[in-house]
Write a protein that binds this ligand. Structure first.
Ligand code: FAD
Length: 486
């Protein structure tokens, strides 16, 4: 399956019509089955990315920022190999038609996606092009196993992660990742392209987006470097340390995976020594696969309770409390640290995500969909499947969810997973002089300790906006009422 430079040149000299490769959330050159299929077919390449104006859910703000940098990196990688990426904005069917008309492309290739509105659109395009005599093929470029490949014995989708992952990995033969082509110099020249800057994906006034990039390096090369760094050390401590937000022991590959700058096959291949710690890490990749299966079978995952037994839940509509949560001013340092990390970096540690989500849903009794939406806008890696599935997991409304009566204790979690308070001190600097005994519960600190730390509660840092114990009782009673009325 390897493509080499001379093969590539040969295609240019043939009379074959061009092959169009439609890049979506698979912005890489390595392990890109659609690109490989186009190169195997031969003919000049038309490499296209469409900013879809008919997307079911438009990009959130942070995701759009990553997209900007990701496309910049993809353009550069393609140009380095002698090729060219065409950017167009519009409805996907119309853009594809226009580009085919302009280039005389005779074949179209893409990697599949799994949300029903996207699948329906892709299927309509495929049918239309095939009816017009074009070759159209789609591939699995983004998952280890596609949703329909993992079913229970009775042919239904799994609702629980462990048996899903057992079935998915049972006899799983992950093919070797496809190497990135070295040359793309058979690309069709002279087709008009939008300028990336014209898409205005970057925020201005203020430009909070480029600041986020102090923490990340979008693009395929950045993804590979991140994986290499992770495998070079942190993975050894991953199984034990992955819940510690004060330590950088997780891979932080999520934005790269969500944007398709690295494929799960490439990660699997890199971890295939299959020791205990690699297996633990790959299990997390398994949660991503499970989330996609859930989204595939439940297209409304981001808007409808997976378990409709909670549809009658009486959520609160407290704008002030919601704003305190978004700004990291709830008075619970571990929650506030997480929300501020998200705001500044576009990413948050998984343990803290669970705690902040639980706090919004359980302590403030605000609908999980409002939290999902906030993450959609602020996470660089906002991912329809993983985000919705995770919010529902925390809410207790999802598949294989945490039981509704699990209410994360926002200071207990901090004491357990940030035992010295380093994570809080990093993101809530006004508390940095508090001794670790009080860092997760400043309201318990004696007055002189607060004075020594230079803090007046209610002035420099908020008092807790809700009382933990009574909030817990309130939400448990609301959940019970909702269940009883279902
Ligand atoms: P690692 O621990 O290094 O894991 C490796 C990869 O496995 C991740 O990059 C990710 O692709 C996948 N993964 C890990 N945990 C999960 C999980 N629970 N569910 C699905 N995939 C997982 N992840 C997203 O990619 N996009 C989201 O929009 C998203 N929203 C979330 C919202 C909430 C409320 C919660 C609790 C979790 C959410 N997650 C989301 C899952 C998880 O928090 C992140 O994938 C993880 O923190 C990313 O950090 P990492 O790459 O260092 O993870």
């Amino acid at each position: 399956m390897k493509q080499n430079r001379s093969d590539n040149r040969m295609h240019v000299m043939t009379d074959l019509s061009p092959s169009l490769v439609w890049f979506r959330d698979d912005r890489r050159l390595g392990d890109h089955p659609a690109l490989q299929a186009a190169m195997d077919r031969g003919g000049p390449l038309v490499l296209l990315y469409i900013l879809e104006t008919d997307a079911a859910r438009p990009h959130g703000g942070a995701r759009a920022v990553w997209l900007h940098y990701s496309l910049t990196a993809l353009q550069a990688a393609i140009e380095d190999r002698g090729g060219r990426l065409i950017l167009r904005r519009g409805s996907s069917a119309e853009v594809i038609d226009a580009v085919i008309a302009e280039t005389d492309a005779g074949a179209v290739f893409w990697n599949r996606r799994y949300h029903k509105p996207d699948r329906d659109r892709d299927a309509a395009i495929k049918d239309d092009l095939a009816a017009r005599g074009l070759t159209v093929e789609s591939f699995n470029g983004n998952l280890l196993v596609e949703p329909w490949e993992v079913e229970t014995k009775s042919g239904t989708p799994y609702r629980v992660f462990t048996p899903f992952w057992r079935a998915a990995t049972d006899g799983l033969d992950v093919t070797d990742p496809i190497p990135a082509p070295q040359q793309l110099d058979s690309c069709v020249p002279d087709v008009s392209s939008d300028g990336l800057a014209d898409w205005a994906l970057m925020p201005t006034n203020p430009d909070w987006g480029s600041k986020m990039m102090d923490y990340h390096t979008p693009g395929e090369a950045g993804a590979q470097a991140r994986l290499a760094d992770f495998l070079d050390g942190p993975i050894e401590e991953y199984a034990e340390g992955r819940d510690r937000p004060d330590k950088a022991l997780t891979s932080r590959l999520s934005p790269h995976l969500a944007h398709g700058e690295i494929s799960p096959r490439q990660i699997w291949d890199a971890c295939k020594d299959n020791d205990y710690t690699s297996r633990k890490f790959l299990t997390e990749i398994g949660w991503r696969e499970f989330s996609y299966s859930l989204l595939f079978y439940n297209p409304d995952l981001a808007t409808q309770n997976f378990n409709d037994g909670y549809d009658a839940m009486a959520w609160d509509h407290d704008d002030q409390a919601f704003e305190a949560w978004t700004r990291g001013r709830t008075g619970y340092p571990f929650v506030d640290a997480g929300m501020r990390q998200l705001w500044e970096t576009g990413w948050m540690h998984n343990r803290v995500r669970m705690v902040v989500a639980s706090f919004l849903i359980k302590h403030l009794m605000i609908d999980w969909r409002d939290g999902e939406d906030w993450f959609w806008d602020t996470l660089l890696e906002a991912d329809l499947a993983s985000n919705a599935a995770s919010w529902q997991w925390v809410a207790g409304t999802g598949a294989d969810a945490a039981p509704y009566f699990r209410v994360f204790n926002p200071f207990g979690q901090g004491e357990k997973f940030d035992p010295n308070g380093d994570y809080v001190r990093r993101w809530v600097p006004e508390l940095k002089r508090l001794p670790k005994k009080y860092i997760h519960q400043p309201w318990k600190a004696p007055k002189e300790v607060l004075t020594d730390a230079g803090i007046v509660l209610g002035r420099d840092y908020p008092d807790p906006i809700v009382d933990h114990k009574s909030a817990r009782e309130r939400v448990l009673s609301a959940y019970k009422t909702a269940r009883n009325s279902a």
